[in-house]
Design a protein around this ligand. Structure first.
Ligand code: SDX
Length: 436
């Protein structure tokens, strides 16, 4: 067995330290013993944006960025996308095992039973401007749920936690659909618990005056697969926000609102919306080379490309490309897919992208499908947030059950002013006179 330690010589003191290595990491706290004297605080690590820092141990999702591997609880994403329903995968992420038939039936019934929201939700939903961005609506309404369920603050009670988890998974599609209908000036459609999770979401989005909504099975399956692909992705920005805010023992609704806010950024979940705006701006294949040149000169980002972890093709993007063709069989081909395919082909053969290992990520093709299904670009990140709620909650639950975790509170390197005395306001314009 190799000697799993790091030997560090501090050349300032000529002291030698042996630091244990475990699972390819050293504990940052083991560096604190490295001091120049008793007054010294000890060494810290400095890692802006956490480029090389593991914040937790997790058994939920495994990524191999070099090989383009994604597994939920050990199951390859390709197999789950092929064989499972979204609620089946949600059960897996939260419980650690695929459900039996009975477990899945009970789980689906519980989630669908909680799809309804308090009637007052509609009142503040109506208060938003007609063109309010749905992500702003979602952040606000999910946070507001904590005012309807004060028991959610009992985050130490597993039964209470489970109830809130089911509540939020059940209500996310309803809130998203209400935001969509509000935007269009249409009446809200109540959930129909007889329908499956995605069929009911489609029902609340698109039902008009028909007595019972019948979802197109191809589109419903496509949404199931897209939801499965977006369900979790280890310690991404929004999940890290969920863990950090949840570590203060805030309730899960306020915590999830923070995660949704993180997701809304254009570098994260907001990228799928930006991809469509980018494709609209490019407009036609003959304008792709000029756009790529702009990217290479650092003037633009190729939205939907690149990833902090994947330095190979994002396995989700590969699956989404296949789903796109199935959706287009029903909706008709979205011409933007041809621009996107050409853009990918040109980028993947260009040294700028090859050198930086930039490949299409989950956001590059997803918006093209959503648009073909009838969603407007500002809805796209909402479609990311609905399934990712399951991942956020699974990671939140794991964090709360992890005996090593406590309130997240990073340190800093202070680069500001040294100690200085107060300057009366009458002297402040004349700092040089005051000798400061
Ligand atoms: C998601 O973390 C997750 O798992 C996220 C996610 C999930 O499921 O939760 O997978 C979902 O957020 C996918 C990413 C969606 N975002 C985008 O598509 C936005 C465009 N992508 C980039 O902004 C960027 O690639 C990031 C934000 C995704 C990753 O950024 P990194 O890891 O900080 O990399 P970087 O910005 O340091 O880039 C390294 C180099 C730089 O060039 P140099 O300074 O070395 O010359 O690559 C370049 C960057 O300029 N680069 C790009 C680029 N992405 C990186 N150049 C052009 N276009 C891009 N998209």
């Amino acid at each position: 067995m190799p000697n799993e330690t790091l030997t560090i010589i501090d050349n300032r003191t000529e002291q030698t330290y042996s630091i244990p290595i475990s699972r390819g990491t050293i504990r940052a706290m083991d560096l604190r013993q490295i001091k120049t004297g008793p007054e010294d605080f000890g060494l810290m690590t400095y890692d802006p944006a956490f480029m090389n820092t593991a914040s937790c141990q997790s058994a939920i999702t495994y990524l191999d960025g070099d090989k383009g591997i994604l597994r939920y609880r050990g199951y390859p994403i390709e197999q789950l996308a092929e064989h499972c329903t979204f609620l089946e995968v949600a059960y897996l992420l939260l419980h650690g095992e695929l459900p039996t038939t009975e477990e899945l039936e009970n789980w689906s019934c519980e989630v669908m039973h909680h799809a309804m929201t308090h009637e007052n939700v509609k009142k503040f939903m109506d208060g938003f401007h007609h063109d309010a961005h749905p992500m702003g609506v979602l952040i606000s309404t999910v946070a507001a749920l904590s005012t309807f369920y004060p028991d959610a603050r009992n985050i130490g009670d597993p039964k209470c936690r489970r109830k809130q988890i089911i509540r939020l998974i059940g209500k996310m599609p309803t809130l998203a659909a209400y935001a969509y209908r509000h935007r269009l000036g249409l009446p809200y459609v109540y959930p129909d618990p007889d329908l499956g999770y995605t069929q009911n979401y489609m029902n609340m989005l698109w039902r008009r005056t028909e007595p019972k909504y019948a979802a197109n099975p191809v589109l419903a399956r496509a949404l199931e697969v897209l939801f499965i692909l977006h369900a979790d992705h280890e310690q991404n920005c929004s999940t890290s926000a969920m863990r950090a805010v949840g570590s203060s023992q805030a309730d899960p609704f306020a915590t999830a609102a923070a995660a949704i806010a993180a997701l809304s950024g254009p570098l994260h979940g907001g990228a799928n919306e930006e991809v469509l705006r980018m494709l609209d701006e490019i407009g036609s294949k003959d304008r792709i080379p000029a756009f790529v040149e702009q990217v290479k000169y650092g003037k633009r980002k190729l939205m939907g490309f690149g990833h902090r972890v994947y330095k190979n093709y994002d396995p989700r993007a590969r699956i989404i490309k296949r789903v796109a063709e199935e959706v287009f069989e029903v909706t008709g081909r979205n011409p933007k897919i041809d621009i996107a395919l050409d853009l990918e082909r040109i980028a993947l053969s260009d040294e700028y992208f090859i050198k930086r290992k930039l490949y299409p990520n989950v956001d590059f093709y997803s918006g093209i499908i959503y648009q073909a299904m009838g969603f407007t670009p500002d809805q796209f990140t909402v479609l990311f947030g609905i399934p990712r709620t399951v991942g956020w909650l699974a990671q939140w639950q794991e964090m709360l059950e992890d005996p090593e975790q406590k309130i997240a509170r990073p340190r800093q390197i202070y680069t500001g002013q040294d100690k200085r005395d107060f300057v009366p306001i009458t002297l402040r314009g004349q700092r040089e006179l005051a000798g400061v």
